[in-house]
Write a protein that binds this ligand. Structure first.
Ligand SMILES: NC(=O)c1ccc[n+]([C@@H]2O[C@H](COP(=O)([O-])OP(=O)(O)OC[C@H]3O[C@@H](n4cnc5c(N)ncnc54)[C@H](O)[C@@H]3O)[C@@H](O)[C@H]2O)c1
Length: 360
């Protein structure tokens, strides 16, 4: 491998800029050497903005041109699996935007390719690097909540208007988005619930579209899950809350009785003037570990302007180190798979009226 980890960006729309922003501060260890988009003009414009040497009109062309160690997949969810598999076939690692894929069949294909070709795969869950999120992980690992999580709740509480769904042609449709508030907005908070509570073995849920008649997909969903540990959990997601409260969150109750929460929100645009750090932050509103205090919004904002420019950068740095040392990334492909299984479990149980068993 070359001295720097060489990235190829697949899909040069909105979120690709978060990858480029993160990688720009690690220029001693990594560089974006290529990018591609089905809209070649968009790829060329991205290449010019981020000083990327080569831009292409398809992922196959970009991969066949060579010189790439890892791809960042920044396409709409139904277009995550094929580029990841094409890359794995060429021995190229992958970091993929959330959700890992839009269907379980695609998730199976991706994990199979990763295992067959021995490539590394990381599913984007950058909010795990919020200091408040790490603090919960460390408290669980240190046994401060007891020996297991007995109860968990995760939520996504947002507002999406018609203009949001009209912005890109792929949004709002089952075939091109794969789902609504669960598939697009909730992967972060579902990932938090599984990261803290452990894998789930069964799910039952309902989805509905109540007040976004101009889209097909769900704007509200609820579910109950059983963890492998015997604990229980609730998942809730809505894009009907206007104004939004906190965008993502999770609370977990440990077997000791101690309860902690992670509440994530975005600093409003009018309060961002002069801010150089990330604009999304997380705090611990609930923290009943004996002798310890929660975290104020003010503290969370201070943490938000940490050493790297955004939280994507923390996960990208982890992936770079994993590639350099041959270890597993902090967030794996299996982590992403489990989130897709939960989301598809909600859709399936609404269809059949029955609970769905979750594998893996
Ligand atoms: N981690 C986060 O917090 C976060 C935030 C926003 C979006 N995302 C995820 O990022 C992904 C993209 O979202 P976005 O908002 O950037 O969308 P976008 O529409 O702004 O950009 C997607 C780009 O992919 C291109 N594209 C589509 N199919 C392609 C293909 N087969 N090959 C190459 N390019 C292709 C499109 O032309 C477009 O330029 C989604 O999966 C979304 O869930 C993650």
């Amino acid at each position: 491998m070359a001295s720097k980890v060489r990235f190829g960006i697949v899909g040069t729309g909105g979120i690709a800029n978060a990858h480029a922003t993160g990688l720009a501060v690690m220029s001693d260890q990594a560089e974006i050497v290529s990018c591609c988009d089905v809209d070649p003009a968009r790829a060329a414009e991205f290449a010019s903005r981020w000083h990327v040497g080569r831009s292409f009109g398809s992922v196959r062309e970009m991969l066949d041109a060579g010189g790439i160690d890892v791809v960042s997949i920044c396409t709409p969810h139904p277009q995550h699996a094929d580029p990841l598999i094409l890359a794995a076939e060429r021995g190229i690692h992958g970091i993929v935007e959330k959700p890992l894929t839009a269907t379980l069949e695609d998730a199976d294909r991706v994990l199979e390719a990763q295992s067959k070709y021995g490539t590394l795969l990381s599913s984007m869950s950058q909010r795990r690097w919020f200091p408040a999120a790490q603090r919960i992980r460390h408290a669980i690992d240190a046994g401060k909540l007891g020996d297991k999580i007995v109860m968990g709740e995760s939520y996504c509480e947002m507002w999406r208007d018609e203009a949001y769904y009209r912005r890109d042609a792929w949004r709002g449709r089952w075939d091109t988005e794969g789902g609504g508030v669960m598939m697009n907005q909730s992967p972060h908070n579902i990932d938090f619930l599984l990261w803290y509570g452990g894998p789930a073995v069964e799910i039952f849920g309902y989805w509905a579209n109540v007040n976004h008649p101009y889209v097909e997909i769900e704007d509200n969903a609820v579910a109950v899950i059983r963890f492998k540990s015997g604990g229980l959990g609730i998942i809730k997601g809505t894009v009907s809350m206007n104004p939004a409260r906190r965008i993502h969150g999770v609370s977990v109750v440990g077997s000791s009785g101690a309860t902690v929460s992670l509440d994530c929100w975005e600093i409003p645009p009018e309060e961002r003037a002069g801010a150089t750090g990330p604009t999304d932050v997380g705090t611990n509103d609930i923290w009943t570990v004996p002798g310890e205090a929660g975290m104020s919004d003010h503290e969370a904002r201070d943490y938000g302007s940490g050493e790297l420019p955004n939280f994507h950068a923390y996960q990208l740095r982890d992936v770079i180190r994993a590639i350099q040392t041959g270890r597993q990334p902090a967030v794996t492909g299996l982590d992403g798979y489990r989130v897709v299984a939960v989301i598809q479990g909600i859709y399936e149980s609404t269809r059949t009226g029955k609970p769905v068993a979750l594998k893996l």
